[in-house]
Design a protein around this ligand. Structure first.
Ligand code: SF4
Length: 340
């Protein structure tokens, strides 16, 4: 398990997201009128401390990637706020947002498609430094070499092109580029999902080392529970555009409360016999975010569904003392003290 950073216990969050919504219009007819909305992210709140990794997990299509991209304003939000060091980045104009991006970077799943094939690796990694006017000439060259070395590449890779590298090496290039501006926060969007298992382990360890060295905060978006168990201090579980449960990593894996979390974990192969749980097989597919179920969005698949679940959205329930940081949105725990 990853120890919780001191700042996660005491300090103000580096990033606080409140009530984030991202709806996509569905257009139809000759005039392309909006006829419906896909509610990809619907009222998501989360917080991340400096030097902390928050894992964001869920099945594909649950909205986790949209959360990461909307926080960085690679997509514009429909509603909500994202306070980075206290400033709402959703209110920044283009110039202010450009400055804010120095602190907030992203590492994509597919390093090949995210790297310009016509640019050398040195140009790719150095581009942010040039754009922001932070280095030029020999200084730029030296800084790029330093970044390449820090992520496990060599200075002679400077003049090579992305197609000359393996998948793992390309992801190292992506990490070097994300690090170039010395950010405080990085969204890792399925950053190791496309890699072989042995390469995955190397990249995960690199990300952990860099976190310690640069006090980085990560929002680590993945569908892989084993990866997130190793890397994250806390985990948020998403289902159909909403958060279902959030808890410190160890708590989530040993005492999951939400029936969806329990089902996800039961389907996850683990080498520890003391933690083998009976497999919970969920019936049916994830409903469409175009027309999500009423009440609890999980009620069409939940093995413990009750009448109230079909009509009433579950409230936020605090499990144990607030400082434990274990919250669940489920009617099963209504008799537990509720967070108002
Ligand atoms: Fe299941 Fe009801 Fe809890 Fe939703 S609120 S997870 S349907 S028990």
């Amino acid at each position: 398990m990853t120890a919780t950073p001191d700042s996660a216990q005491n300090g103000k969050p580096l990033l606080q997201v409140n009530g984030l919504k991202k709806y996509f219009p569905v257009r139809s007819g000759v005039f392309s009128k909006t006829s419906a909305w896909v509610k990809a992210v619907d009222d998501v709140s989360l917080q991340i401390q400096a030097s902390e990794t928050l894992g964001l997990v869920g099945e594909s299509g649950c909205g986790k990637t949209t959360v990461g991209r909307t926080i960085l304003r690679l997509m514009e939000p429909t509603a909500g706020e994202a306070l980075f060091e206290g400033n709402n980045i959703f209110h920044l104009n283009a110039a202010e947002m450009r400055r804010a991006r120095r602190q907030m970077q992203i590492i994509f799943q597919d390093p090949y498609s995210s790297l310009n094939p016509r640019m050398t690796v040195g140009s790719i990694v150095g581009e942010p430094l040039k754009i922001h006017g932070l280095a030029k000439g020999q200084d730029l060259h030296d800084q790029v070499d330093h970044l390449l070395t820090r992520v496990g590449l060599r200075p002679e890779h400077h003049s090579r092109y992305p197609h000359e590298f393996s998948g793992g090496q390309r992801q190292r290039v992506g990490i070097a580029r994300a690090l170039a501006l010395r950010p405080k926060f990085i969204v890792c969007d399925e950053a190791v999902s496309a890699l072989d298992v042995s390469i995955q382990a190397q990249i995960i360890n690199l990300l952990k080392d860099l976190q310690q060295e640069f006090q980085l905060a990560y929002l680590f978006i993945t569908h892989d529970l084993n990866v997130v168990e190793y890397l994250a201090h806390r985990i948020s579980v998403m289902y159909l555009g909403k958060i279902a449960e959030v808890a410190p990593t160890d708590t989530l894996f040993h005492d999951p409360k939400h029936p969806y979390t329990q089902a996800l974990l039961s389907a996850n192969p683990i080498p520890d016999p003391s933690r083998q749980a009976e497999r919970i097989v969920l019936e049916g597919d994830v409903p469409s975010p175009l027309n999500p179920p009423s009440g609890c969005r999980f009620h069409t698949r939940c093995p413990q569904v009750m009448d109230v679940c079909k009509s009433t959205e579950p409230p936020l329930i605090q499990i144990g003392p607030a400082e434990y940081g274990h919250q669940v949105w489920c009617h099963l725990y209504e008799d537990v003290k509720r967070e108002v």
